[in-house]
Design a protein around this ligand. Structure first.
Ligand code: MG
Length: 258
């Protein structure tokens, strides 16, 4: 009899426990509504775009050259930039060396236009050679590759001696070429190696030639890329020592990116 009562009690207790468990409730999952995946701040800043037909600068750009003077540039050695400004453009003076921006930049969007003179002579790398050095050390090549071949990782639109361009959309001498360059600055580890490489996207005359391309280090003429930690750096335009007639630039502006 005692066993029966004990067994019954145990069964009742088990039943009660199970029942209690079944009764336990949790909050209902909130139904998903459209506003749950929408956010309103911070609003994008209003920027007045330039005229895309004439490539004028947008309202928040730093204008580096507007055809009037080289006040935003130096010779990189403490003196003024010595290239010749005329007719709203600036022409490279190879005897005066490179020119370098007074300001330094981290990541940025850069616009610049350049023109190879009609009747230019020379071949391969010796024909309209220049370049734009990002943060003063990573060269995006400028070269007259209109009906002029050279080593592919030295072409116009190349990350010099690293990555060839995906196309050659050069305009012929006498016409203006347009570069739009989006650059992401590198981050370094304490030991001086890259935590994040620099990256660059390059559009030449509306054609994508570098698509978020990893930069391996400095763009050396001789030898492999070097990796040296650095902070913000200026832009440098190259006065290459080739024997060909000098190229010209116009309409240069940059938008630093946070
Ligand atoms: Mg060059």
């Amino acid at each position: 009899m005692k066993h029966i009562i004990t067994g019954l009690t145990l069964s009742l207790w088990t039943f009660s426990a199970l029942f209690a468990q079944e009764q336990k409730t949790y909050p209902e999952q909130e139904p998903m509504g459209p506003k749950m995946t929408e956010y309103w701040t911070p609003q994008p800043k209003v920027v007045t775009p330039g005229d895309i037909l004439t490539n004028t600068a947008p309202s928040d750009a730093i204008v580096l050259f507007d055809g009037k003077n080289l006040s935003q540039w130096t010779n990189g050695k403490g003196g003024d930039a010595g290239w010749r400004v005329h007719d709203g453009i600036v022409t490279v003076d190879k005897s005066k060396g490179d020119i370098v921006t007074r300001q330094s930049f981290g990541s940025f969007q850069l616009h610049l236009e350049w023109c190879v003179p009609q009747g230019i002579t020379g071949s391969s790398q010796g024909r309209g050679n220049s370049g734009v050095f990002l943060q003063d050390r990573y060269e995006v090549q400028i070269l007259d590759n209109y009906q002029n071949e050279t080593y592919v990782n030295g072409y116009v639109g190349a990350i010099y001696k690293q990555t060839p361009p995906m196309a050659n959309p050069m305009r012929k001498p006498g016409e203006w070429n347009v570069y739009d360059i989006i650059y992401t600055a590198p981050v370094f580890k304490e030991d001086g190696s890259f935590l994040y490489h620099p990256y660059v996207t390059v559009i030449l005359n509306g054609v994508l030639v570098q698509n978020h391309t990893e930069i391996w280090g400095t763009t050396e003429y001789i030898g492999l890329p070097k990796v040296k930690p650095h902070g913000d750096g200026p832009l440098r335009l190259q006065a290459h020592g080739d024997k060909s007639e000098p190229i010209s630039f116009r309409n240069i502006w940059v938008r630093p990116l946070k």
